[in-house]
Write a new protein. Structure first.
Length: 433
């Protein structure tokens, strides 16, 4: 005869299972959010996982530092808050978490799911400080060329950015304050750029673009993922997530700009716009394609993106950014060329991502970073600090509208290719009824 289990014991076991499931779902959402993806995707994956583990719904609210969720099962609810100790970007974790969410079938055992969460949480980063420093050298050197820098400026920028990124990655592992780390990394990058280019010019290497290449040395500090995901969150009117991310991005950009201004003030340097490079059209197009590919690849590696996905993102960026620069050569306004190119990036990412089994965010953010007018934005703040008000306003206006155009292009691509993202009032991850 089967033993008779008291109803109170059954109720207690069910309650413990329910609460354990809720904790696992919130932990999954916290891991996803800590990797840097947008709030909508975090909510979507939490609901998908929650339903697979037996819950009816998960109502989540995501900010930069917290994930708060109320899990629902019948008449029972349970609310938990997960905290994100440090703001970071880990595209590899975003890929792994989406694969986990999609691979969690209905009826999956909770302990199996938690073991997979443990494996993802304990997964070491793919690239250490040295490799991410080399990626920063590649990205910022390419950025410098696209900003009309010559070989001398590109070399100085690469060395400065590499040293700055190595310092940032090393100090970040020690959990030092991010704003302080950003300030130190920016100062090191700018000083090394000036030292390298100064030594070469002293040895007789001529350069008329020395001041113009200066701001490219700190472009590895651009908070690309927070900036783009903040804008996409705001496009969905998710203000709690969008405003927090945007505030973080503005703080990082401001501190990096202060580092550039401090060094420029020390040596009495005024960053200028460089003239166009004197190259033939075939050579210029070829070098633009190579620089766009290398720049996007460098940023993707800095974000800990798996190499095959980073190469795909680089190919997307090479095509889209080369077309953008061609349209600018045809006298398209920068504010029109940017959204057209980012729309192309979004559409290509939507087409490629299911074929590579990866989230589109990791394919779309690195390619548009090469389009962000980082040099123009930094110049605006440096000009403002130096009292050059008109130049500061002109550069700030231009940078603001180019970034807005990039976001509009990505948002439009998402609306055209993701039906669930396009409509308001739906619980992310819940099927239509």
């Amino acid at each position: 005869m089967d033993p008779v289990i008291p109803q109170s014991a059954k109720t207690l076991d069910e309650t413990l299972d329910f609460e354990s499931t809720c904790r696992a779902v919130v932990r999954a959402g916290t891991l996803m959010a800590s990797a840097g993806t947008g709030a909508y995707r975090v909510k979507e994956e939490m609901n998908r996982v929650g339903v697979a583990l037996g819950l009816e719904a998960v109502h989540a609210e995501v900010t930069l530092n917290t994930v708060m969720a109320t899990c629902v099962l019948g008449s029972r609810t349970h609310t938990l808050v997960g905290t994100i100790p440090a703001v970071s970007v880990n595209a590899g974790r975003i890929v792994e978490m989406e694969a986990l969410a999609l691979g969690t079938a209905q009826g999956t055992r909770l302990d199996d799911f938690e073991r997979r969460l443990d494996a993802i949480a304990n997964h070491a980063t793919r690239y250490g400080p040295v490799l991410t420093a080399m990626a920063a050298m590649l990205a910022c050197g390419a950025f410098c060329f696209l900003n009309h820098g010559g070989w001398l400026e590109c070399l100085g920028v690469a060395i400065g950015a590499g040293a700055g990124q190595w310092l940032r990655a090393t100090l970040a592992r020690r959990r030092l304050n991010q704003l302080g780390v950003t300030l130190m990394a920016g100062i090191v990058a700018c000083l090394l750029y000036l030292v390298v280019t100064g030594v070469l010019m002293t040895l007789g290497v001529p350069s008329s673009r020395h001041a113009a290449g200066y701001t490219s040395a700190v472009l590895f500090l651009i908070p690309g993922f927070p900036l783009i995901t903040a804008a996409l969150d705001l496009a969905r009117l998710d203000f709690s997530a969008g405003i927090a991310r945007l505030t973080y991005a503005i703080l990082i950009v401001s501190v990096a700009s202060i580092s550039a201004w401090l060094v420029a003030e020390l040596v009495h340097l005024v960053p200028l716009q460089a003239p166009e490079l004197d190259l033939s059209d075939p050579t210029l197009v070829t070098l633009r394609m190579a620089a766009s590919f290398c720049g996007v690849l460098g940023f993707a590696i800095m974000f800990n993106t798996p190499l095959h996905i980073a190469l795909a993102a680089a190919a997307i960026g090479m095509l889209a950014n080369t077309l953008r620069l061609y349209w600018v050569d045809l006298h398209w306004p920068l504010q029109l060329a940017a959204p057209a190119a980012s729309l192309l990036v979004g559409l290509l990412a939507a087409w490629i991502s299911p074929r590579m089994h990866c989230p589109r965010i990791v394919l779309s953010v690195p390619p548009v970073l090469i389009m962000i007018p980082g040099a123009i934005a930094y110049q605006a703040l440096v000009y403002a600090n130096q009292g050059m008000s008109q130049e500061a306003i002109d550069n700030a206006y231009q940078a603001m509208f180019i970034v807005a155009g990039i976001v509009i292009g990505l948002a439009l691509a998402r609306m055209l290719t993701d039906r669930a993202w396009s409509f308001e009032g739906r619980i992310p991850g819940k099927p239509d009824r």
